[in-house]
Design a protein around this ligand. Structure first.
Ligand SMILES: NC(=O)c1ccc[n+]([C@@H]2O[C@H](COP(=O)([O-])OP(=O)(O)OC[C@H]3O[C@@H](n4cnc5c(N)ncnc54)[C@H](OP(=O)(O)O)[C@@H]3O)[C@@H](O)[C@H]2O)c1
Length: 248
């Protein structure tokens, strides 16, 4: 099969592309750095020639509800229109556990993305995953302010991006599933502890201050709304084992 991965250069995208190839399929990477823009549509039609399924793992750095809804809504609609023109019958999207319920900030964009797909008669799969183990690294970089290290106060059950990429590659090679089971890691964590452990593994012993995020977004990530459902598939790799492997 020929499988296109939109966002195939990103954190989970690189693992997804690797998994598609490991499974013996051809992977096409759609990203601005490869000449394809899912917002303007530039390069999209040419890149989707002969493709059998599309996995969407694009993302934006915004926390603004309006900008996130615009990004994920437009990206999804543009991809679906191009898939239609190319006769592609399977669109796989990666969403986030709890995002549709919280429906605020960045998560409002994921909720909008899910709604666009769920309104279709078929031909789509949505995998909701929890935060990646790699999210601790993303937070350590994004939330360093004037030498102080912050981390959102967040209950989560993180999973390795590699496990998410493998699951997406498997889904894309099969029939559309609609809304799939949640995918999560083995147990609950606190993001503040993860960021502290991530820094400590690099010899940085600084204190990590918990940041209580405002509004519905902050409340949701504090109160367990982004923890997986009871029928979730759980990968076995813990954050600490993932971290030890990164720094070995
Ligand atoms: N991070 C987490 O913990 C987590 C957990 C669960 C689900 N997710 C979901 O996983 C997805 C990927 O997240 P990530 O952290 O792996 O993202 P990321 O590392 O920021 O990568 C984003 C990717 O999107 C591409 N992209 C951005 N704008 C684009 C555009 N206009 N046209 C084409 N490509 C574009 C980027 O490539 P270029 O810059 O070259 O265009 C890059 O390949 C997101 O949908 C996110 O909601 C994330």
């Amino acid at each position: 099969m020929k499988i296109a991965v939109a966002g195939g250069t990103g954190v989970v995208g690189t693992h997804t592309v690797a998994a598609v190839r490991e499974n013996g399929h051809e992977a096409i990477v759609l990203a601005r750095s490869t000449g394809v823009d899912v917002l303007t549509g530039a390069g999209l039609d040419a890149a989707l020639q002969g493709v059998d399924a599309v996995i969407d793992v694009t993302s934006t750095g915004t926390q603004s509800r309006k900008a996130a809804v615009r990004f994920f809504g437009n990206a999804t609609r543009n991809l679906l229109a191009a898939e239609n023109r190319a006769g592609i019958g399977h669109h796989v999207a990666l969403s986030i556990v709890g995002a549709a319920t919280i429906d605020a900030g960045y998560y409002a964009g994921k909720a909008a993305q899910e709604r666009v797909l769920m309104a279709l008669a078929g031909g789509w799969s949505i995998l909701r995953a929890t935060q990646f183990h790699e999210f601790a690294q993303q937070m350590a970089t994004m939330l360093r302010v004037a030498g102080l290290q912050l981390s959102p106060v967040m209950r989560c059950q993180p999973v390795a991006a590699a496990a998410v990429g493998a699951a997406l590659a498997e889904i894309a090679a099969g029939e559309p599933r609609g809304l799939d089971h949640d995918l999560a890691g083995p147990h609950e964590e606190q993001m503040t502890r993860m960021v502290k452990a991530y820094l400590a593994a690099r010899g940085d012993k600084r204190h990590v201050f918990g940041l209580t995020m405002p509004g519905a977004f902050g409340k949701g990530i504090r109160n367990g709304a982004i923890l997986p459902g009871p029928d979730a598939r759980l990968d076995s790799l813990t954050f600490d084992d993932w971290l030890a492997a990164q720094t070995a």
